[in-house]
Design a protein around this ligand. Structure first.
Ligand SMILES: *[C@@H]1O[C@H](CO)[C@@H](O)[C@H](O)[C@H]1NC(C)=O
Ligand SMILES: *[C@@H]1O[C@H](CO)[C@@H](O)[C@H](O)[C@H]1NC(C)=O
Ligand SMILES: *[C@@H]1O[C@H](CO)[C@@H](O)[C@H](O)[C@H]1NC(C)=O
Ligand SMILES: *[C@@H]1O[C@H](CO)[C@@H](O)[C@H](O)[C@H]1NC(C)=O
Ligand SMILES: *[C@@H]1O[C@H](CO)[C@@H](O)[C@H](O)[C@H]1NC(C)=O
Ligand SMILES: *[C@@H]1O[C@H](CO)[C@@H](O)[C@H](O)[C@H]1NC(C)=O
Ligand SMILES: *[C@@H]1O[C@H](CO)[C@@H](O)[C@H](O)[C@H]1NC(C)=O
Length: 247
């Protein structure tokens, strides 16, 4: 088990890395510890597992055995691949403070929270969207400044870096992410999606035989277990017939 000072020291050592840890590759923040996220009976493993959209209708249960939450926590879920104005922006799917952990390591997550859970619903035909789960230690006098009232409602154009700076949160203590894609829905007006977010592994050939996971200090992985080729990379824009309103 880590104690906090060790963890802080460790995070300091690894803070120069862009994409270590378990949040989505090249998400602005990540953690060295994995947050256990379970949808139904499906434990998300490896990080970035592609999950069918119907399975993410209800919020997951979340636990962690690396971190002992002595006080309270702030839980956050963010889609970092939402197409807007020819680029990819963030959308807040879930934000809850006053999270506590039971001695079975399961998080007690107040309902509905400051921003209630919203089902991943990427636009039909788009690349898989990455949804990062982050657990922060909650500072003593935590509150969400009024400047976020609008984004708590509208969700889109969230900015995790700005949020962390404004609320005084430290680096997350544990993180994980899922990916969700929708290729089966009814299509609408033809639309060109923006290219995927560039990642630090944007060049190079995916190595489908490797099952290297993201680990502290590592560069972001190209391949994630079970032979899945990770979608990192500069791709040509995906053409699909749909209005890019879903999130
Ligand atoms: C978290 O996940 C890891 C790896 O899947 C597993 O070994 C561990 O028991 C899980 N811990 C909890 C508290 O669920
Ligand atoms: C996105 O585009 C819309 C319409 O062109 C514009 O009103 C809005 O300000 C833009 N938003 C950002 C964040 O650039
Ligand atoms: C978030 O805000 C920072 C600082 O203003 C900016 O550099 C970054 O591009 C923003 N990220 C997104 C996804 O809008
Ligand atoms: C969190 O808990 C504190 C203390 O119990 C309470 O004052 C505060 O209103 C709670 N925050 C939310 C968002 O419910
Ligand atoms: C875990 O919680 C249960 C119920 O609250 C309590 O009876 C038990 O003593 C606790 N165990 C530990 C190790 O704290
Ligand atoms: C895909 O998106 C469409 C439109 O939002 C929705 O009706 C459909 O149920 C989605 N498909 C899946 C498999 O979730
Ligand atoms: C793929 O990864 C394996 C294991 O790391 C390595 O031995 C092999 O040389 C790699 N292949 C390529 C084409 O990079």
């Amino acid at each position: 088990m880590f104690n906090l000072s060790f963890l802080s020291f460790y995070l300091l050592l690894t803070s120069v890395e862009v994409a270590s840890g378990q949040a989505a590759p090249d998400f602005p923040v990540s953690a060295s510890a994995t947050l256990n996220v379970t949808y139904g009976t499906n434990d998300i493993s490896p990080p970035g597992e592609l999950i069918p959209r119907p399975e993410v209708g209800n919020p997951p249960t979340i636990s962690t055995d690396v971190f002992t939450l002595t006080k309270r926590g702030v839980l956050c879920m963010v889609d970092s691949d939402v197409p807007r104005n020819g680029t990819r922006v963030q959308l807040l799917h879930w934000l809850v403070s006053n999270v506590t952990v039971s001695n079975s390591s399961t998080l007690n997550i107040p309902i509905p929270g400051e921003a209630s859970y919203r089902q991943p619903s990427p636009p039909v035909g788009d690349i898989p969207h990455a949804y990062s789960f982050l657990l922060f230690e909650q500072p003593e006098s935590f509150s969400i400044p009024e400047q976020f009232n609008d984004v708590l409602q509208k969700r889109v154009f969230f900015n995790i870096s700005v949020f962390i700076a404004a609320t005084g949160l430290q680096d997350p203590i544990a993180a994980n992410y899922i990916r969700v894609q929708n290729l089966t829905g009814v299509t609408g007006t033809a639309t060109t999606f923006p290219a995927p977010r560039p990642t630090s592994e944007a060049t190079g050939t995916p190595n489908a035989t490797s099952s290297v996971l993201s680990f502290p200090g590592a560069a972001s992985p190209v391949v994630i277990g079970r032979g899945r080729i990770f979608w990192a990379g500069v791709g040509t824009a995906i053409i699909a017939g749909v209005a890019a309103f879903a999130l």
